[in-house]
Design a protein around this ligand. Structure first.
Ligand SMILES: Cc1ncc(COP(=O)(O)O)c(C=O)c1O
Length: 292
């Protein structure tokens, strides 16, 4: 069997590697029918899934948030090792865990204590040095039942990212329902303003990004003026200051790491010094430890 498909994706499910056309998931899997599942994406650094321990911790938090029993950490680690052994040049590892087979509606037919469906993939990733972002007309609901959980219900991110791509950008920046800056479709955001780098508070409804968390920790340890903003401190209209060159942006995420922003709404904006320093600091610390 060739487990590697022409797009370079290696698939693990049910305890073994699979070919790209193998049937893996039931048509009634609740992850497939209603998006009842959770996931993680890790970058690959020195052949290993970067920050895997933190990603597994967040996977468990997301699963419990949906009322699912998280998958066994050891089983996921074994699957990650197997796909990476088969795809040593992969750029990303994706772990997906769903509720497993279920009814066609949103209800589950048990207490969620069945083993769910676990699929682990290794695949390519492209990393850009700089980012281009756009404002979008949609908001993140910070009071959603799944706020802060990394669920497979990502359709609103798909729509917002397609909007960004049509405008030559690689990320869309969302406000929340009360006009605060929140996050991107697959990235957190940092604002450089007044000599410091600020990222929206978790109460904005953003994901507790692993890259965000590491940048806050490493920045504090190394004297970079970076911190989590107070709730409400970063309004969405701070992006007007970015457009005017009075503030700067960086986005963070497991594939992009820390990416200074060079364009907002299809217009060039200047890169901030602290954004560049944050990118360099992250790259240096990441190379020292693949599971910080
Ligand atoms: C909605 C959202 N926000 C933020 C992030 C960044 O998180 P991390 O740094 O853990 O990749 C992601 C990652 O995919 C995401 O999906």
């Amino acid at each position: 069997m060739s487990a590697i498909d022409p797009t370079g994706v290696v698939i693990w499910a049910d305890g073994r590697l699979h070919g790209p056309t193998d049937a893996l998931v039931s048509g009634v899997d609740h992850g497939l029918t209603v998006g009842d599942g959770v996931f993680e994406t890790c970058g690959v650094v020195q052949g290993a899934a970067f920050a895997l321990t933190r990603h597994l911790r967040r996977l468990a938090i997301s699963a419990r948030g949906l009322g699912l029993v998280p998958p066994d950490d050891g089983a996921v680690r074994t699957a990650v090792d197997e796909v990476l052994a088969f795809a040593p040049t992969a750029g990303r590892v994706r772990i997906t865990f769903t509720a497993g087979p279920g009814p066609l509606g949103s209800n589950r037919d048990d207490d969620g204590d069945r083993p769910g469906t676990l699929v682990v993939l290794a695949g390519p990733a492209t990393r850009a040095d700089v980012g281009r972002v756009v404002r979008v007309p949609w908001v993140r609901n910070e009071r959603s039942a799944v706020a802060g959980l990394k669920t497979t219900s990502y359709a609103e991110n798909v729509v917002a990212l397609a909007y960004a791509h049509r405008r030559g950008a690689d990320e869309a920046l969302l406000a929340n329902t009360v006009g605060e800056l929140c996050e991107g479709t697959g990235a957190n955001v940092f604002v450089e303003r007044g000599g410091e780098l600020l990222t929206p508070h978790l109460t904005s409804g953003c994901l507790a990004g692993i890259t965000r968390e590491l940048l806050l920790e490493w920045g504090a340890a190394e004297g970079l003026p970076v911190r989590e903003a107070e709730p409400g401190e970063l309004r969405y209209d701070v992006l007007d200051d970015v457009a005017a060159g009075r503030a700067h942006l960086a986005t963070t995420g497991s594939i992009r790491n820390v990416t200074p922003v060079v364009a907002l709404d299809e217009r060039a904006v200047p890169v901030g010094e602290l954004c560049q320093a944050a990118r360099d600091l992250f790259a240096r610390r990441q190379a020292l430890d693949v599971d910080p």
